[in-house]
Write a protein that binds this ligand. Structure first.
Ligand code: PLP
Length: 376
């Protein structure tokens, strides 16, 4: 098993799978994860090397019950999107948003969990091939996308508490609407913590998310949608949401918590920070006391708070609450709306962006000859 360079290897689709993609229709109500694409990418790692990824039918995976991923949580993922190219400045029918940055972060996650890196070029190439074949599942409307979920898990069937020696890498895809099209109510979590110093909070380790579920269980009946986490040491500083970073505006100041080893370095967060200077007010990366934010709202200042992440892009918060009975409405969503539109314009190719932010993918029409040539 060796790693082939993208130029030498054509990741193709069998005629049967092409036909299956051709028969797949987008549901009228996309939602999120309602329809999983009928094709996924998959590659295995063993004996110190990655196999060339292949495109296969989306179907149940066969794994042994004692794999490390299931018992010890040796599993990581990425969340990213392909958007319909709605502009005319860039070729390509779809655009991947900052895929190399996602590939690099994937490998930071891999290293933290003692897993092998997946080569960055192969990561982006595999994504591109998958999206090229799934072009008809990239929805057309602004804000919608083909959500892509690369993931990797330890697949060695052995119960010892040691890293796997074999791994599976895969990418599944699902057409999706934008999350949180309405403003959200955020719950300041004062009991549980999401991440601790020296832990895995700064990477997309699967277990981080399961660890939030007990805290999130109460949200529905309270009428809240998201947990807003505080730092584990002092429980006074804002960290982030469960899968979004947070930005706060107090008057003319825009701020996001400075990155620490308990905050996931979001690519959306980084994009907003980098765009903020040209939008008039640079986002300061600083420690933010939750009480300073609450006091400013109570004092009647012009305050807003929003989440930012791949899924939601930008999600304005309308209400903050907590277990003490606190319920505070935020007076503004002005900057959140500006950032949301600015970023979506870039993601859909309607506005220029820094290098690497808009990676075009061209639709692949069914080509049985090409597939047959490679035996794919
Ligand atoms: C994925 C994620 C984010 C957002 O990162 P993006 O790269 O912007 O999607 C923020 N916080 C956590 C905990 C995450 O898992």
């Amino acid at each position: 098993m060796t790693i082939h360079t993208p130029e030498k290897t054509w990741i193709g689709l069998s005629p049967e799978l092409s036909a299956r993609v051709e028969r797949t229709e987008l549901p009228a109500d996309l939602g999120f994860g309602t329809l999983m694409a009928p094709v996924m990418a998959i590659a295995h790692y063993a004996d110190g090397a990655w196999q060339t990824p292949r495109l296969e039918a989306h179907e149940p995976m066969r794994i042994y019950p004692e794999v490390q991923a299931l018992h010890y949580g040796q599993a990581i993922f990425e969340g990213m999107k392909a958007y319909r190219n709605l502009g005319d400045a860039i070729d390509g029918t779809a655009l991947l948003f900052r895929p190399h940055d996602h590939a690099r972060r994937f490998n930071v996650s891999a290293a933290r969990l003692g897993m092998p890196a997946f080569p960055e070029e192969m990561f982006v190439y595999t994504l591109s091939r998958l999206v090229a074949h799934l072009d008809r599942l990239v929805p057309e409307e602004k804000g919608q996308s083909l959500y892509l979920r690369p993931f990797m898990f330890g697949a060695t069937p052995h119960l010892s508490v040691t890293p796997s020696t074999s791994y599976t890498f895969s990418i599944v895809a699902t057409p999706s609407d934008a999350f949180f099209t309405k403003p959200i109510k955020a719950w300041i979590e004062r009991g549980y913590c999401r991440a601790g110093p020296g832990g895995t909070g700064a990477v997309k380790a699967a277990g981080n998310y399961a660890a939030s579920f007990a805290a999130a269980a109460k949200l529905g009946e309270l009428g809240f949608q998201q947990l807003l986490w505080l730092d584990a040491r002092d429980r006074t500083k804002l960290e982030e949401f469960t899968a979004m970073n947070v930005v706060v505006r107090i008057g003319e100041r825009l701020m996001t918590p400075a990155l620490t080893d308990t905050i996931l370095p979001g690519i959306t967060r980084d994009s907003l920070v980098r765009l903020s200077a040209s939008l008039g007010t640079p986002i300061e990366e600083v420690a933010i006391e939750i009480d300073a934010v609450l006091d400013a709202i109570r004092a009647g200042e012009d305050v807003e708070l929003f989440g930012c992440g791949t899924g939601a892009v930008v999600a304005p918060v309308e209400t903050l609450g907590d277990e003490s009975g606190l319920r505070l409405d935020l007076p503004s969503q002005r900057v959140a709306r500006l950032y949301r539109e600015t970023l979506l314009d870039i993601q859909h190719g309607l506005a220029p962006a820094p290098d690497g932010w808009q990676v075009p993918v061209a639709r692949t029409t069914a080509d049985p000859a090409a597939a047959a040539r490679t035996g794919a």
